[in-house]
Design a binder for this molecule. Structure first.
Ligand code: DP6
Length: 324
């Protein structure tokens, strides 16, 4: 009744922002991401009939404000199996939590994977992804490695379907993560999405254009066309931040160094360096580049004032069991 799983954060190139069903956490738009290998969440789950409540430790500390979400995620696995047993969950991230580095994505992907193995059920990967999606939309994508797409399937057996598009080694891009502020973000994704949907006059335009962006990105990936992927990814990122900024009150996730990093990446690409940027609901800038460009990109970002560190990553595998 015990298993340990690892999972990596993913970063969306075509972004998810907004929900069609808040209760069931169904995204309003599909999304497309790359899974990273340089950052890891390791989660051990042990079901124990002596426990009266689930226990959750992150980095060795009890996190009461997260434990409800962890329990609800475990409930999905328990319901699937018809079990009641409570669990002790110990999770560790080797990177800053809640700073726009998608710790909830790798966290819930590792959690469902470890819980399934600890129960000995072997739930299909797409179903595990949909369970992780209930806890955090982006978490579904961390079940898979390489390039991953989450599609909306309102007429299917599950409301979303997540699948791998390319293996990590099929197009081994690298990512430099410029950390401009390692503190927790001010407004969480769920609250930010609800506010945007309720108040932004541009929200409908954001949702309406998402399928075209996904099709463009899929095609760029199939052709390994870096320039095309760069253009559509940066546009998706800026379009998401535009709709965030147009909420009332506007959501400003960037700081000055975020903007300087974006400018730097654009200048590098204009000079012929194969690199593009993306930014999530936080101030860090992720620069996606061809492997041969990585050292130059990382050095240039490290030199930007306000960048405290640059994390290095390649593309990684999906969530997997490492011990049972
Ligand atoms: C900006 O997956 O954190 O990173 O479903 O409310 O938990 P919830 O949201 P979450 O949102 C991720 C938003 C994003 C873009 C993305 O990863 O697609």
């Amino acid at each position: 009744m015990r298993a340990t799983a690892v999972a990596h954060p993913n970063i969306a190139l075509i972004k998810y922002w907004g929900k069609s069903d808040i209760e069931r956490n169904i995204p309003a738009v599909g999304s497309l991401s790359i899974t990273l290998d340089g950052l890891t969440t390791t989660t051990a789950v042990s079901f124990n009939s002596d426990l009266e409540e689930d226990e959750f430790l992150l980095g060795g500390q009890a996190i009461p404000e997260m434990s409800g979400r962890v329990s609800r995620c475990l409930d999905l696995v328990r319901e699937r199996v018809g079990a009641q047993t409570r669990a002790r969950v110990e999770s560790n991230n080797d990177f800053p939590t809640a700073a726009g580095l998608a710790s909830s994505a790798s966290g819930f992907a590792a959690l469902v994977t470890a819980a399934d193995a600890a129960m000995g059920v072997n739930i299909p990967q797409n179903e595990l992804a949909d369970m992780a999606r209930r806890s955090s939309g982006s978490a579904a994508r961390s079940l898979f490695g390489g390039f991953v797409e989450l599609r909306l399937t309102p007429d299917g057996p599950l409301p979303t379907e997540t699948r791998q598009i390319l293996e990590p080694f099929d197009w081994p891009l690298r990512v430099a993560v410029a950390v401009t502020d390692a503190g927790p973000k001010e407004i969480g994704s769920t609250e930010g999405m609800v506010r945007t949907e309720r108040t932004s006059p541009y929200y409908a335009g954001w949702v309406d254009t998402s399928e075209d962006y996904l099709a463009e990105a899929r095609s760029a990936i199939a052709r390994r066309d870096f320039e095309a992927l760069a253009e559509v990814s940066e546009s998706s990122c800026l379009k998401m931040h535009a709709v965030m900024l147009s909420a009332r009150p506007g959501l400003v996730y960037w700081n000055g160094a975020t903007v300087e990093c974006i400018r730097k990446v654009r200048k590098l690409r204009a000079d012929g360096v194969p690199v593009f940027f993306t930014v999530d609901a936080g101030p860090q800038v992720k620069a996606v580049c061809a492997p041969e460009a990585f050292d130059r990109v990382a050095a240039e970002l490290a030199a930007v004032e306000g960048v405290s560190q640059v994390l290095a990553s390649g593309l990684g595998e999906g969530a997997r069991v490492v011990a049972s």
